[in-house]
Design a protein around this ligand. Structure first.
Ligand code: FA5
Length: 342
């Protein structure tokens, strides 16, 4: 009897190990543990066994039942896990999809490079308002009300009015921050003013109605035009490398005397001429000059004691030359195919 029970246990465990689908498992369960199973028949006939052998055989019957039951459970668990894996549409082995993350706009990234260069030269970074009082945007910068140079910066006005009843203006350049910064500072100063400016422009590859400038202002004793040109040359070379050429032209700005415009060789066409540089091989990148004595006076700085230089970089154009972008309008298009390249 003992060997018979051992054989049932062996057969049952082997059968369950090979069973993969739930139906076969159910059938085998009935076959080995059901009311008509051989094991059930042996248990029923236990009284026919000699009395002294009954406890041992009874114990073995229970053990075999328990082992077969655990083989049933084990096989059910394995087959249902397998079933859920094969029926699921989700492939756990595929690489995940990285969540979309944003990054800084190329103009901001580029501005940070510029700030780094000037901070290393000892400049302090300051900011000012985008909606400006005409007093700061024009008057205190030595631009009289009826002066034609206001027309060059023909621009956007809003309904808010200043004390003289004139509308506020979306600032046309970062220069008004020169005046604002000197309201709370005394020379010597070295300031850098990054910011957004606005002009009523006809847009093309090199002109936008909204763009970025970065103003620099240095006031100290004995500051000369050679300090200005040397600073600009050092800045441009640190940014673009030693091979880039710059060209300095006389210009007129009411707030500087003398005034200059500084051009850079066009890095997009290598100086041959393209639509960005209007076929000239040069890009006008910044305006500069020695701070006009009237402006120093408006800053409550004595022009007999101090002198200074200032310049206003056109960040968009410098950024375009740096990265090889050939149309300024791409920067503000919101087109992700452009933005995602940086
Ligand atoms: C000014 O805005 C002066 N405030 C600069 C200055 C500061 C001169 C301090 C002297 C002392 P200008 O209008 O030239 O100057 O503009 C300066 C730079 O801004 C230009 O060289 C050009 O790079 C950029 N810029 C001007 N207009 C546009 C525009 N519509 N789109 C893109 N960049 C422009």
């Amino acid at each position: 009897m003992k060997s018979k029970l051992e054989q049932i246990r062996k057969d049952a465990i082997k059968a369950f190990e090979q069973a993969t689908d739930p139906k076969t498992i159910e059938k085998l369960e009935k076959q080995f543990l059901g009311r008509k199973a051989e094991l059930a028949r042996i248990a029923k006939d236990i009284k026919k066994i000699a009395k002294d052998k009954r406890p041992e055989i009874g114990k073995l019957i229970n053990e075999v039942k328990r082992d077969i039951a655990s083989a049933v459970n084990k096989q059910r668990a394995t087959s249902s896990a397998g079933a859920s894996q094969t029926s699921s549409k989700f492939d756990y082995t595929l690489p995940g999809i990285a969540p979309a993350t944003g990054h800084l706009h190329p103009i901001t990234q580029f501005l940070e490079k510029i700030e780094d260069i000037f901070i290393k030269m000892g400049y302090e970074v300051v900011e000012g308002p985008e909606l400006e009082d005409q007093k700061y945007n024009f008057d205190l910068l030595n631009v009289p009300e009826d002066h034609p140079s206001r027309d060059i910066q023909d621009t956007f006005y809003v309904s808010r009015e200043d004390k003289k009843g004139r509308p506020y203006v979306l600032r046309t350049h970062t220069s008004p921050v020169q005046i604002r910064a000197l309201e709370s500072r005394k020379p010597p100063v070295r300031l850098l003013v990054p910011g957004r400016v606005f002009r009523n422009e006809r847009t093309d590859a090199g002109h936008e109605t909204t763009f970025y400038q970065c103003e620099a202002l240095v006031i100290d004793k004995n500051i000369r035009v050679t300090d200005l040109i040397g600073t600009l040359e050092l800045f441009i070379k640190r940014l673009y490398g030693d091979d880039v050429k710059i060209r300095v032209r006389p210009h007129f700005y009411p707030f500087t005397e003398p005034s200059l415009d500084v051009d850079m060789s066009c890095l997009l066409c290598g100086g041959k001429g393209c639509s960005f540089c209007k076929q000239s091989g040069w890009i006008e990148t910044l305006g500069a000059g020695m701070v006009h004595p009237n402006v120093l006076k408006n800053m409550k700085v004595d022009p007999k004691e101090y002198s200074g230089f200032a310049f206003g970089l056109g960040i968009d154009r410098l950024m375009m030359l740096y990265y090889g972008v050939d149309d300024i309008r791409l920067s503000y298009s919101g087109d992700l195919r452009f933005i995602e390249q940086f």
